[in-house]
Design a protein around this ligand. Sequence first.
Ligand code: URA
Length: 243
Amino acid sequence: MRAAYLREMGLWPLWRLRQGQAAGSAQGTQPQAVPLPAGEGASPADGGGAEIARLDWAALKERVTACTACPLHQTRTQAVFGVGDEAAQWLFVGEAPGAEEDARGEPFVGQAGKLLDNMLASIGLGRGDNVYIANVLKCRPPGNRNPHPDEVRRCEPYLARQIELIRPRLIVTLGKFAAQTLLGKEATIASLRGTVHDYRGIPLIVSYHPAYLLRNLPDKAKAWEDLCLARQTMAERQGTEAR
Ligand code: URA
């Protein structure tokens, strides 16, 4: 079964880590504290951030559903809040809903979502089972264009609050926008991969966006390395907390 998922990801035959060799060890896996720039995160310029930071799940969902903080609300079918186990240990963060997500109201349900499901299955995970999936932007940018900085700034407090409520043990960012938003810095995926970053005390691992992987098949092998690093980091965290 697992072989089928890996084959679907273009990753079969399977690579195995040698005993004692950490995925990404060549680039170092020490957690790195990367604080958000002062004034960013849960305190956007529109002044709603502090209030959002106090909302419970139901109020947060209502707020996102009715959000008109940026022009994307004019072109969306619906806001796409996020899906999964609200007490999940794993959080995967993408960029923004596409056409299918906008129509169905759930993240990652199109082609990229199929690949994400296979990526999850390859490390023994499943959507909704100890996994939560969210996006940086809750509304679809028209034509799937890149998010604008102002849209990210206005929407980011929702994601920050989701993370506070979930309190995941590990975050995996998918693509440049999720990584840059949560790490609060501009950098390439290539430069951020292979290291365990820190988002407010939560380990964060950077990987490619599944839609990118669908267009760049050779990089699926790198995504597999990222998943191995994520799995190893989670195992280490679970071991530490069990002690
Ligand atoms: N791409 C994303 O980043 N998120 C989705 O929900 C779908 C596609």
